[in-house]
Design a protein around this ligand. Structure first.
Ligand SMILES: [Zn+2]
Length: 173
């Protein structure tokens, strides 16, 4: 197990659609372990493989510290949203690949997600609340989509400007 480097906005791997896992072998299970360790080290609640530079469809989420009934750790291989509820929900989101930025994002409140667990067992769950939001955010990463893409163009421009400024100040100080 190892803590991997987290790729930051601007790295092209974050914009690549990730490749399906065809064989669930020890390499994939080792990747899951590294992703969990990297996520805990960065104090995040979710991580997708492209965020550590691995363009494969693997995500991890752990909500135990952020939600009273928070589940975790959850690792999913080839996860997909198979159904989205009509009701939308708005809540603040952040991303380990865009450190320091937090913006309100609108997403379907309830989704049904299917995939495989690291042992190859089928996973299918209808979810809402923070779990739904976190998993949708991570699945977006597998398609090269970042949460800033879900903001209005104006809000996105403002948020990016502010983020770039704070990054520049961080480097300077
Ligand atoms: Zn993210």
């Amino acid at each position: 197990m190892a803590v991997r480097e987290i790729k930051i906005l601007g790295d092209p791997v974050l914009r690549e659609p990730a490749v399906e896992v065809e064989e669930l072998d020890d390499e994939v299970r080792a990747l899951v372990e590294d992703m969990l360790e990297t996520m805990y080290h960065a104090e995040g609640i979710g991580l997708a493989a492209p965020q550590i530079g691995i363009s494969r469809r693997v995500i991890v989420v752990d909500l135990r510290d952020s939600d009273e009934e928070g589940v975790g750790p959850v690792a999913l291989i080839n996860p997909t949203v198979v159904e989205s509820g009509k009701k939308a929900d708005k809540a603040p989101e952040g991303c380990l690949s865009i450190p320091g930025m937090e913006e309100v994002v609108e997403r379907p409140e309830t989704v049904t997600v299917e995939g495989l667990d690291p042992d190859g067992n089928p996973f299918s769950m209808q979810m809402s609340g923070l779990l739904s939001r976190a998993i949708q955010h991570e699945i977006d990463h597998l398609d090269g989509v970042l949460f800033i893409d879900r903001l209005s163009p104006l809000k996105r421009r403002m948020a990016l400007k502010k983020w770039q400024k704070s990054r520049a100040e961080e480097v300077a100080s």
